[in-house]
Design a protein around this ligand. Sequence first.
Ligand code: NAD
Length: 492
Amino acid sequence: QTNGHPNLPKPAGKPEVIEDRLFINGEFVPSKSGKKFNVINPTTEKLSASVYEADAEDVDIAVQAAKAAFPAWSELNALQRAHFLERWASALEKALPEISYLDAISMGKPAYPDQLAMMIPMIVRYLASKALDVLGESSLNTANFVNLSLRQPYGVCGAITPWNAPSMFLAYKVSAALITGNTIVLKSSEKAPLSPLVAARCAKEAGIPPGVVNIISGFGKPCGEAIARHMDIRKISFTGSAATGRAIQKASAESNLKSVSLELGGKSPLIIFEDADLSKAIPAAAMSIVMNTGQVCNASSRVYVYASIAEEFLEGLKATMALMGKSGDPLAEGTFRGPQADKLQFDRVMAYLDLAKQSGVNIALGGEREGSTGYFIAPTILSNVPEDSRLTKEEIFGPVLIVNTFEEEGDVLEKANASEYGLYASVFTKDISRALRVAKRLEAGSVAVNSTSPTMALDMPFGGWKGSGEGREFSSFALDDWTELKSVYLAI
Ligand code: NAD
């Protein structure tokens, strides 16, 4: 919730040098194989950069560096570690214009304003503020013993991130690992490896000791898989699709049973009751699916609107989505809507639009590619889509909103919950009892009342029920995911 923040960064111009190497043991190094891969600008379809590609050998070198750095790092006290995070946050804050520029030319996120980038230093500072919150407990339960439970770091953690907010997930995972005394090897997404390398440079500028943070670029295979299977990595934190989450869970089970936390996808329902304030519900629904061109894990992508107000809602929604303007160059001031992140992502969304056309679904708005260069897709509304259609069931991860109707609370709850996912849900009503009753019955990790995603707060736990994941991020609860618990029995 950074709307109106006075310091929204402006994108920098093209940096003199775009970092293309891996960040291992405090240094930027080429990959051992010398292999590189291309990052294509989704607006121009031209080459933005080529970066070194890590494979299993590079992963192992990074893990050994993180292992060597662990004893000294974990023995610092938490406030000392917080100090390093504070310095990292300041370096990141200065680098935000560069980060915004690099995200724009790699995955198309509008750079001006870049509200997601604003979150990066805020997240790091929030985690730094949690330094003293990682507590065990003591028990006087037995006369002859004092018992203690201790929270201790795992050691070397692995992290794998997606491309839709490249350095934001990185900021969380690295800060959470570090504040709890772990060291980390993080693989960024092959679609957006550029800004994570700026975050790496900032870690170096902040004086974080070599080996504590290692950031490498590469593909799911072999690099991500090598992290998931590495015997010296004790915990892995993953954000990405459900299919990859399953693969990581399996790789962990087949290697050393590392602790796995998963932040996966969603198909989040938005329920609009007959007493909803449509002047708030309509812009909230539109914003949720158009922001970051629908490439948001908790986007409210399935609307259930009360039948008697459906027409009014739909007409208002169409007008509002149209008002959100034509798509444009993510580097231009005021562009709110950029392209899909890359060709693969574009083709994926277009395949869903083809399916909509073939199956005779009502396309109330959009449904087409925009322009002929760049991976732009018009904001799309599909209405009255069968509940068992793949369009209603699967995460499209584009600016495509399903709008269906209902007439009864029990029925809409059943439909909303009939999903393999459970990341986020929203409800609009003025009836407080109904709001809380429905919030309680929705199967989701977060429920927004009279609001939609991206509403979330750093001090509230974020994560999924069901197929949307395992574990939580943000809030004090989430730090538990980064520590092992140990019971110590002391005879007195
Ligand atoms: P993805 O699963 O394709 O890729 C995510 C990361 O996993 C990338 O770095 C990729 O290289 C890596 N990867 C791919 N195969 C792998 C394997 N076999 N082993 C190890 N790593 C592997 O997802 P994506 O397309 O980058 O991101 C979009 C997805 O992420 C959507 O489903 C979205 O909902 C989800 N997401 C979830 C959250 C959340 O907090 N719940 C946030 C953002 C995105």
